[in-house]
Design a protein around this ligand. Structure first.
Ligand SMILES: NC(=O)c1ccc[n+]([C@@H]2O[C@H](COP(=O)([O-])OP(=O)(O)OC[C@H]3O[C@@H](n4cnc5c(N)ncnc54)[C@H](OP(=O)(O)O)[C@@H]3O)[C@@H](O)[C@H]2O)c1
Ligand SMILES: [Zn+2]
Length: 347
């Protein structure tokens, strides 16, 4: 099969199309003909650059979120059948640690991830354990399924499990046109919140309104906290979906929280070290909550919402697998309005 192989860490030009042996499904596994896999800022570009905090073995095949059609079933993998359209759940808990054995797989820290610890979906085929495949609803394309299973489960995790959002609450979403940000905007709306989109240009603020944000602020142009207070009758927002950790943006995002507010985050690509106003934290009874990884329940929530048309995948463009170099450059240069998808079936 053809696959994009990384043999040394560095720039996008190191992604090379090569011939690899076809994978065979082991017992309990299925073989998927990949139709779609997305290019993510952290899991693809940062891993490729060799800057990911977890060690990645070379040679490596990237691709955390393949979706495609089952073409072969390993012995015992009877949950699904040949021809089923499936997406892959990237995080594969270890099934051995204390948390896994208690059924708390979402908090396993010894698991493996497709595209990081295991070879991923930048390939014509991938074999994975059947338990980490989910069937895609008929009304959703492979590319949409890739985006929906990749980003929306984390949005549900952040807003429902971590922030405990209630209808009628207000939410500020930072980076509101990013992959995770645009998912958070849509999920917060679906859950009955009033959503303020924060983004770095006027165009991106308008874009976020096109998929549901009620209000918007260009945080590179305006004083974010002042604007949030103005828009919320001086109360602030109940929840901030932060996910950036940019030292120049964090203080204002934090200062935008209402009494008893919750700031949730699953990302630090903006730097990771920020100043924290601890007096404000305790005086206003605030909470900062981190999240990493998702579980099957979040994936199912996301697919159900997509099936019912309550959320939609925002896709910038679909490129053939052999254009992985170009795809990485586009993502790194921030030239996108939605996800870049690679399709190994496109010649
Ligand atoms: N996607 C997921 O499901 C998921 C899961 C776990 C963790 N994460 C983490 O969540 C974060 C967002 O991921 P993503 O896939 O949504 O990324 P993305 O699509 O690239 O979006 C990131 C957004 O951050 C904003 N931003 C603000 N300051 C920035 C800075 N200094 N540098 C770069 N971007 C900046 C950008 O919007 P403006 O230019 O408009 O400000 C951009 O839209 C990442 O840290 C990722 O590791 C994501
Ligand atoms: Zn475990």
């Amino acid at each position: 099969m053809k696959a994009i192989v990384l043999r040394e860490f560095g720039g996008p030009e190191l992604l090379r199309l090569e011939d690899l042996p076809d994978p065979k499904p082991a017992p309990g596994e299925i073989l998927i003909k990949v139709h779609s896999v997305s290019v993510n800022r952290t899991l693809d570009c940062v891993v490729r650059a060799g800057k990911y905090p977890v060690k990645v073995q070379l040679p490596h095949v990237l691709g955390a979120d393949p979706a495609g059609e089952i073409v072969e079933i390993g012995s015992g993998a009877t949950k699904l059948k040949v021809g089923d359209r499936v997406a892959v759940i990237s995080a594969m808990p270890c099934q051995k640690c204390g948390r896994c054995l208690k059924g708390d797989e979402g908090n396993c820290v010894d698991g493996k991830r497709v595209g990081v610890d295991l070879w991923g979906g930048y390939a014509e085929q991938i074999a994975i354990p059947v338990r980490y495949a989910v069937r895609i609803p008929d009304n959703i394309s492979f590319a949409e399924a890739t985006v929906i299973t990749r980003h929306f489960p984390m949005a549900f995790n952040l807003l429902v499990s971590k922030a405990g959002i209630r209808p009628g609450e207000s939410v500020l979403v930072m980076g509101a046109t990013g992959a995770l940000g645009s998912s958070c905007v849509q999920v917060a709306k679906m859950l009955g919140a009033t959503v303020i989109a924060g983004a770095g240009t006027d165009e991106r603020v308008e874009l976020a309104k096109s998929y549901g944000a009620d209000l918007g602020i260009n945080y590179r142009k305006h004083d974010l906290a002042n604007e949030v207070m103005r828009l919320t009758d001086n109360q602030g927002v109940d929840v901030v979906c932060e996910n950036i950790s940019d030292p120049t943006l964090w203080p204002a995002a934090f200062a935008s929280l209402a009494l008893n507010g919750r700031l949730v985050t699953a990302g630090a690509h903006g730097g990771g070290t920020v100043a924290l106003d601890v007096k404000r934290l305790y005086m206003r009874r605030l909470r900062i909550i981190g999240a990493a990884g998702t579980n099957l329940a979040d994936v199912e929530k996301a697919l159900d919402a997509a099936r019912e048309g309550k959320i939609r995948a925002i896709i910038d463009r679909i490129l053939p697998l052999r254009d992985a170099v170009q795809a990485h450059r586009i993502v790194e240069q921030n030239q996108i309005a939605g996800k870049i998808i690679l399709d190994p079936t496109q010649k």
